[in-house]
Design a binder for this molecule. Structure first.
Ligand SMILES: Nc1ncnc2c1ncn2[C@@H]1O[C@H](COP(=O)(O)OP(=O)(O)O)[C@@H](O)[C@H]1O
Ligand SMILES: [Mg+2]
Length: 283
């Protein structure tokens, strides 16, 4: 019998399904709240000793709680993963949290990505938006569709300047598709388990946490190939790949290394057993 740590600040449906899977297989789930990490250097050994044999990271706790906290929690998870098997590897979660790094790695693995510009110059950003005709500006460390704005000419220079002032850099991307949704593909190990089409409710942002609704979606060979390559590029063991398409092709927006399974579960697929098997194989 193994003690399986499930790292998450709250017990959501993803944690519940993983816990059920752990119990079904005769193991014991142990919840670990990363917001409770603490370390007294010099008084204890540097790596955290939790009562677990291996762990699944569901959620590290958002950057809205403070950037230093995120960095500290990652360091603790790194230490944990040097002692016991942990999925996803903390370093791959860090790669996926950074949209610039992810996009450039995807490209180097031959995965198609939308035309993207990173700049610290407002004029260059405006030129890009005018060339694209329609573009989004996203935070590099964004998540759940937060902080994404859409720009079309004539560009509001003041707004762009204030975002640049706040972030220090602009991450711009050509707007792809009709604004009627994207596809989240779920990969575990070398397998694509399924996909969900996410249709926005009142705008063009298709995160479920922004009110979009999940619908069944059949994956074809091209989607499987692109998703598996995206997974390899960022070094995750399992994850959700956000894909958008138009008449010119299929493009990967980002890879989620701590994905919720809510959408996938709502279309009848529970990936928990396969995620757990992947971890048990590492043990
Ligand atoms: N280049 C784009 N073209 C069209 N829609 C986009 C683009 N980038 C993001 N979106 C929309 O915004 C959503 C969130 O973007 P994403 O890059 O996945 O960041 P997040 O980490 O916030 O989920 C996407 O699911 C999609 O609906
Ligand atoms: Mg996304």
């Amino acid at each position: 019998m193994e003690r399986i740590g499930i790292v998450s600040p709250n017990i959501d449906i993803t944690v519940e399904l993983l816990s059920k899977s752990v119990r079904r297989k005769g193991h014991t789930p142990v919840y670990i709240n990363p917001l409770e990490f603490s370390v007294h250097i010099g008084r204890e050994k540097p790596s955290p000793s939790y009562p677990i044999d291996m762990a699944i990271i569901r959620d590290v706790g958002g950057v809205e709680l403070g950037t230093e906290g995120v960095s500290f929690r990652f360091e603790r998870l790194r230490e944990m993963s040097s002692d016991i098997p942990v999925i996803n590897p903390p370093d791959s979660i860090l790669v996926c949290a950074n949209k610039y790094l992810t996009t450039s790695l995807l490209l180097s693995y031959g995965v198609p990505v939308p035309e993207t510009l990173l700049t610290q110059d407002t004029n260059e950003a405006i030129e890009f938006i005018e060339e694209c005709g329609d573009a989004v500006v996203k935070p590099i460390y964004g998540y759940k569709g937060k902080g994404i704005l859409r720009f079309r000419p004539p560009v509001e220079r003041n707004l762009l300047e204030s975002i640049l002032k706040q972030r220090g850099v602009l991450y711009l991307q050509k707007f792809v598709g009709s604004g009627k949704g994207d596809v989240r593909v779920f990969v575990v190990g070398k397998e694509v388990l399924g996909a969900v089409r996410r249709i926005p409710s009142n705008n063009w942002i298709s995160n479920l946490s922004q009110g979009a609704s999940p619908h069944p979606f059949d994956v074809d060979d091209e989607l499987v190939d692109i998703s598996l390559r995206a997974k390899e590029a960022v070094g995750i063991e399992f994850g959700g790949i956000d894909i958008i398409y138009d008449s010119e092709g299929i493009f990967v927006l980002e890879v989620n290394a701590t994905p919720s399974v809510r959408g996938l579960y709502s279309v009848g697929i529970d990936p928990s057993d396969k995620i757990l098997n992947l971890l048990l194989d590492r043990g």
